[in-house]
Design a protein around this ligand. Structure first.
Ligand code: BGC
Ligand code: NOJ
Length: 836
């Protein structure tokens, strides 16, 4: 059976290569590395290709056709504008402009009007997006961004008449208000239909629904020019039987000055403009969010206090002020990205490491898994395991924010080390509806904390008093939280002395204590096998990796006794894996509720899984007995394919009640045989443990988005960011990707490439150098700002090997360790590394 499956896989592999050839050279834009932008030149991308605006507190999602929405901190509780997920067509609704030039109406983002444009370009940059479009010699540019530290989004609209005749044009803006619990739009809209309230004064439309009772916040949409009309009632503006592409008001060329009372409030400005030949005009629109003191809400009866909005508007009421803010944003990103930058032999690698991967790490740090074009902003808040992992790709950028995040996450933990699986970003409180008991969760706190301390040298975090379950009276030092995390595993071992899996481990869909026959029941919250005995080899490997980290940390801070005791538990786990976790050619994945093996050659399906190969090889369990090498060879043989490494093989083709959600997905998708990009870097890192740099890098290039640009037609999602899942070799359409942006893939790939393949990693006492690169490389350069010291590192590979260092020269002098010490701060230092 297995041999037959292998044969099938080979045939499929051949077919997929043919597909690949057919589908190559299908691009929808290009990388502009100089400006750190991806330039989309065809609005009809295979899926909306989006960008994130805002870096802290206030955010927008913007697609390449102007779709998306804006929120303050929390996309569920403070969504400013409406967005309809799962719509037909996809991505309908956003911040739109309608330009009426004679008989032609068009939109600079192409949508919603979809008039064929003479020129279209969407430049997604670092926290800004710029549309450039032209039609009939009228050029319009829309620049969107959120100034640093500001709770408002700016749209600078520039219009230029490039014709030789005077043009009289009409411009309509459009947004649709939310600013209520966004979930209500799907579940309780009957209420919203009667609550909507607005005010219009001068050129500003204020949205004040629910302001008179419990909200001390409102939103506004302004333009820095007198207007010729407005609309705030959606049905009046669009007409009940039209779509967003053809609003009644735009068709008539005249707004109706409607004032919304209930139904669906919107904001649309109407401006008439005359442009002489060659003439240019600029307008500044602002979508803002205001919080006021409870006793300072009103100007007069029922008239809201507009002063804070006015102050915001005047902060950016000229092009000079806006341009300056954009410059500041650029400098901000120069600094952030300047902390790690490389020069290699491949521009595709450089643009991932220097620009896009780091950018995505900031976005995943900000959003966790809450709001993307695949995540609704409602269902998921900040994940305990997710946010801890996101941090390892971000901590070098803004360590202070990482520190605060660690504190927030740890505050949702319980005394026994267990924790809520998620918390809401606005309240920072554990989300009881999602529950807990995912037994991998606690260990990730050791990862994030040690990554933070190694980056910063700031051990004081360990002494910080951190609440349990958000209850300050139950606070203990952060170190006690780490200890609780470590011992949560020790106190929850199963019959083979391996970690109990709980509700699931990293793989949310391996639900071994949930035997569900009821389709109305969630796999994620059902746990009906009491006294569960199911065990996880993934957690076992994870425990050994972060158990060793815990021991190392204890030694660093002089807790020798604790280190010794913890080491015994780690050693015992290594033994348990060797004894009960090895299948002969690879590590098992788990033991099910009945004590049967999962991920064994004895199984009919799901014979081998990636997660335990990743963690047990990173932990180097049984390396001396050849286990690491065998395991990784098995990964190559059974799990690797053209598009990356699949999660398990063969994928499940029937429902296994004792395995849970994993066996519900069709073969080749998601956790059932999909290429779950998040765990591919675990194998890359495993490969570096063996010194196999060619293989590690080959895996890297298979899923790194910039390497897939030519495959966009098949791949579908953005070629500048990682996605969660690419359909695997047993899928109907191998290579097709989904769930771009919010995935642990971002941080793990950044971590794997910079710290393990390029091999420059922060340690407690310096910067460790241990590259494991493709043997054909002559070397590479990395500039690394670490603890306020700039290291200009040049790695030379004259003998064309993958791993091994002959010599390290620091400012010209040889050192006899591979850890470059912390040198004089504020200065640049040269580090020359000769491999050999
Ligand atoms: C997984 C999904 C799964 C979901 C639970 C996610 O973490 O990636 O595949 O369906 O959890 O519903
Ligand atoms: C996505 C989830 O956000 C993450 O927590 C989980 O580990 C993976 N899916 C795998 O199930």
């Amino acid at each position: 059976m297995f041999t037959f499956n292998l044969y099938l896989a080979r045939v499929k592999k051949r077919i997929s290569w043919v597909n690949r050839l057919i589908e190559t050279t299908m691009k929808y834009g290009y990388f502009d590395d100089e400006n750190r932008e991806y330039v989309i030149t065809n609005p009809k991308t295979p899926y909306p290709w989006i960008n994130y605006l805002g870096n802290e507190d206030f955010f927008s999602l913007t697609s390449n056709t102007g779709g998306g929405y804006t929120f303050y901190k929390d996309a569920k509780f403070r969504r400013l504008t409406r967005y309809r997920y799962n719509n037909i067509p996809v991505d309908n609704g956003g911040k739109y402009f309608y330009v009426k030039d004679g008989d032609t109406t068009w939109s600079p983002g192409w949508k919603p009007v979809k008039t064929e444009l003479d020129h279209y370009e969407c430049r997604h940059g670092m926290s800004y997006t710029k549309f450039k479009a032209s039609k009939n010699k009228l050029e319009v540019e829309v620049l969107q961004f959120i100034p640093l530290g500001f709770w408002g989004e700016i749209q600078k609209v520039s219009l230029k008449n490039a014709s030789s005749d005077t043009k009289k044009i009409k411009l309509f803006s459009f947004i649709e208000w939310c600013l209520w619990n966004a979930e209500d739009d799907m579940t309780n809209f009957q209420r919203n239909f009667s609550t909507g309230e607005v005010e219009v004064k001068d050129s500003v439309i204020y949205h004040k629904t629910e302001f008179k009772e419990r909200r001390n916040h409102y939103a506004f949409y302004s333009v820095n020019s007198p207007i010729d009309g407005y609309d705030t009632d959606r049905e009046t503006f669009i007409g009940l039987y039209n779509g967003l592409d053809s609003p009644d008001v735009v068709g008539e060329g005249q707004s109706r000055n409607s004032v919304a009372h209930g139904w669906s409030p919107i904001a649309s400005h109407y401006l008439e403009m005359e442009l002489k030949p060659g003439e240019e005009k600029e307008l500044i629109f602002m979508l803002g969010y205001v919080e006021v003191e409870k006793d300072n809400k009103w100007e007069s009866k029922s008239v809201i206090n507009k002063q804070p909005a006015q102050d915001m508007i005047s902060a950016y009421d000229t092009s000079e002020k806006v341009n300056k803010a954009l410059e500041e944003l650029r400098t901000y990103w120069d600094n952030l990205l300047g902390k790690i930058s490389i020069e290699s032999e491949d521009p595709r690698l450089d643009r991932m490491v220097n620009i896009w991967n780091q950018y995505q790490c900031m976005v995943t740090f900000n959003m966790s898994r809450s709001a993307s074009f695949f995540e609704s902003g409602i269902g998921r808040g900040m994940g305990f395991r997710d946010s801890n992992q996101d941090l390892i790709g971000f901590v070098h950028q803004i360590p202070e924010r990482a520190r605060e995040r660690i504190y927030d996450i740890a505050s949702t933990q319980f005394e026994d080390g267990s924790c809520y699986h998620q918390y809401q970003p606005l309240t920072k409180k554990g989300n009881a509806a999602v529950g807990g008991n995912f037994n991998d969760d606690p260990l990730w706190l050791i990862l994030s904390t040690t990554a933070y301390i190694k980056e910063t040298g700031d051990f004081s975090l360990l002494d910080e008093m951190v609440p349990f379950d958000n209850d300050a009276s139950r606070a203990k030092s952060h170190f006690e939280h780490l200890k609780a995390s470590f011992y949560h595993v020790v106190h929850n071992l199963g019959p083979h002395k391996l970690p109990l899996i709980g509700r699931a481990d990293w793989n949310d869909c391996l639900n071994l204590n949930c035997f569900s026959e009821d389709p109305n029941e969630s796999f994620q919250t059902t746990e009906n096998q009491k006294g569960g005995t199911a065990e996880s080899l993934m957690i076992a490997g994870l425990f050994v990796v972060y158990g060793k980290e815990y021991v190392k940390l204890c030694k660093q801070i002089g807790k020798e006794k604790e280190a010794e005791e913890a080491q015994l538990h780690v050693d015992a786990m290594v033994e348990a894996v060797k004894e009960h976790g090895w299948d002969g050619e690879w590590y098992l994945r788990a033991y099910d509720h009945f004590g049967k093996k999962i991920g064994s050659s004895e199984n009919e399906e799901g014979k081998i899984f990636i997660e335990s190969q990743g963690w047990c090889t990173m932990a180097e369990i049984g390396k001396e007995d050849g286990m690491v090498e065998k395991s990784l060879n098995s990964v190559k043989e059974h799990l690797d394919c053209d598009y990356g490494i699949v999660l398990n093989y063969p994928a499940f083709t029937k429902y296994y009640i004792e395995y849970g959600e994993i066996s519900t997905y069709p073969a080749g998708y998601k956790e059932n045989g999909g290429i779950f990009c998040h765990n591919n870097p675990w194998i890359m890192i495993g490969e570096t443990m063996l010194g196999r740099g060619d293989q590690a890098y080959d895996y890297y290039t298979k899923i790194a988005p910039s390497f897939l640009e030519d495959l966009s037609e098949l791949h579908k999602v953005e070629p500048y960011v990682y996605c969660q899942m690419i359909a695997g070799k047993e899928a109907h359409k191998p290579g097709e990707a989904k769930n771009s942006w919010l995935s642990g893939t971002a941080s793990w790939n950044f971590y794997a490439i910079t710290q393990h393949i390029l091999g420059i990693s922060p340690e407690y006492d310096g910067l460790a150098i241990n590259p494991c690169i493709p043997s054909k490389w002559d070397g590479f350069k990395m500039k690394r700002v670490f603890r306020d010291v700039t290291y200009n590192i040049e790695v030379k590979n004259p003998e064309h090997i993958s791993k091994g260092i002959k010599k390290i020269l620091v400012n010209g002098t040889a050192i006899n360790s591979n850890i470059v010490p912390i040198l004089e701060k504020g200065k640049e230092h040269s580090v020359e590394v000769i491999m050999g």
